[in-house]
Design a protein around this ligand. Structure first.
Ligand code: GRG
Length: 300
């Protein structure tokens, strides 16, 4: 992208667009439990970055997709699955977090039972939403392929699988190989899903899908390492406090394992690999490249 002002403006426009799409597909707060409905909409309208739907649409545009009725329900569905994972991850049985997206977490506001149900509701409603793509003019076989990717990358062989291994190893020192496995699944898989579903809905070839999967993996790993960096340098760095390890969860992270300097280097290397592979594909990947590059310097 020409300069960072242009990129920021573009990002804001694309975030607002993703926001409008997501809100359009949210369930009406009637016809089912009022508390659950409020909890669903509370968590979905909290100010997330909307990175995954944005990436999905960019991948779609990269391969010249044109059918809004096919891509938009998938964008909303992926953000629902992401939000479900955040609600559940924040629960007392998992990370026990009180704040998310700058607001009190869903279980703190609505109670644990409603938060569990809201997370379940979103996971299920995500598929109801994605199925709306069958009302579009896109080949049903292609939509079926996108649904298969969405299910696989977010399930036991993807995000949920990574989270399972993460929880199992909580408090136990793990090696770099295991940490990579967890990050690849827990974090990269959703980004892989975003890029691959976007590409497949636009009619990308198999080799192009494989490229999107590798790009998503590298972006996700860089994103998670950056998250580890922010865990130790975030607010405290600004306050001039010393860097510390992940004290809250006694968790192994890239930073506790390899140190901050190495973590920065690795995030940069992975980002460059993703940018390089993206540049080699045909189509206009300029915005996506700027977005990926901006993530390794993100502050939240
Ligand atoms: C509990 C089913 C279940 C799954 C949990 C990945 C995960 C699996 C939970 C989320 C917690 C976490 C630390 C995930 C790692 C990826 C990550 C940093 C997510 C936050 O994504 P952002 O920064 O969040 O895009 P926003 O709020 O901007 O959407």
């Amino acid at each position: 992208m020409e300069n960072s002002v242009n990129f920021k403006e573009e990002l804001q426009k694309k975030t607002e667009r993703a926001e409008r799409i997501i809100r359009r597909y949210l369930p009406a707060e009637e016809g089912f439990s009022q508390r659950m409905a409020e909890a669903v909409n509370y968590s979905m309208t909290a100010p997330g970055k909307r990175l995954r739907p944005i990436m999905m649409e960019e991948a779609y545009l990269l391969f010249l997709g044109r059918d809004r009725m096919a891509i938009e329900p998938f964008m909303a569905a992926l953000e629902m699955i992401h939000t479900h994972s955040l609600i559940h991850d924040d629960l007392p049985a998992l990370d026990n977090d009180d704040y998310r997206r700058g607001k009190k977490t869903t279980h703190v506001v609505y109670g644990e039972a409603a938060a569990i149900l809201a997370g379940d509701a979103l996971l299920n409603y995500a598929y109801e939403t994605a199925f709306l793509a069958f009302q579009s003019n896109t080949d049903p076989a292609v939509i079926g392929q996108a649904l298969e990717i969405l299910g696989r990358k977010t399930g036991i062989h993807g995000m949920l699988g990574g989270q399972g291994v993460d929880v199992e190893n909580d408090g136990i020192p793990i090696n770099r190989e295991m940490l990579n496995y967890i990050y690849r699944n827990k974090t990269s898989a959703l980004i892989e899903a975003a890029l691959m579903t976007g590409a497949v809905l636009a009619g990308a070839e198999k080799y192009e899908l494989e490229a999107m999967e590798r790009i998503g993996r590298n972006i996700g790993l860089a994103f998670q390492i950056q998250d580890d960096i922010l865990d130790v340098t975030g607010d405290e760095k600004e306050l001039g406090k010393p860097v510390h390890s992940d004290e809250k969860n006694h968790k192994t992270t890239w930073v506790t394992l390899q140190g901050l300097k190495d973590a920065h280097k690795e995030a940069e290397k992975l980002t460059q690999e993703a940018v390089c592979e993206l540049s080699s594909l045909t189509g206009d990947g300029e915005f996506l490249i700027s977005l990926i590059s901006s993530l390794s310097g993100r502050k939240k």
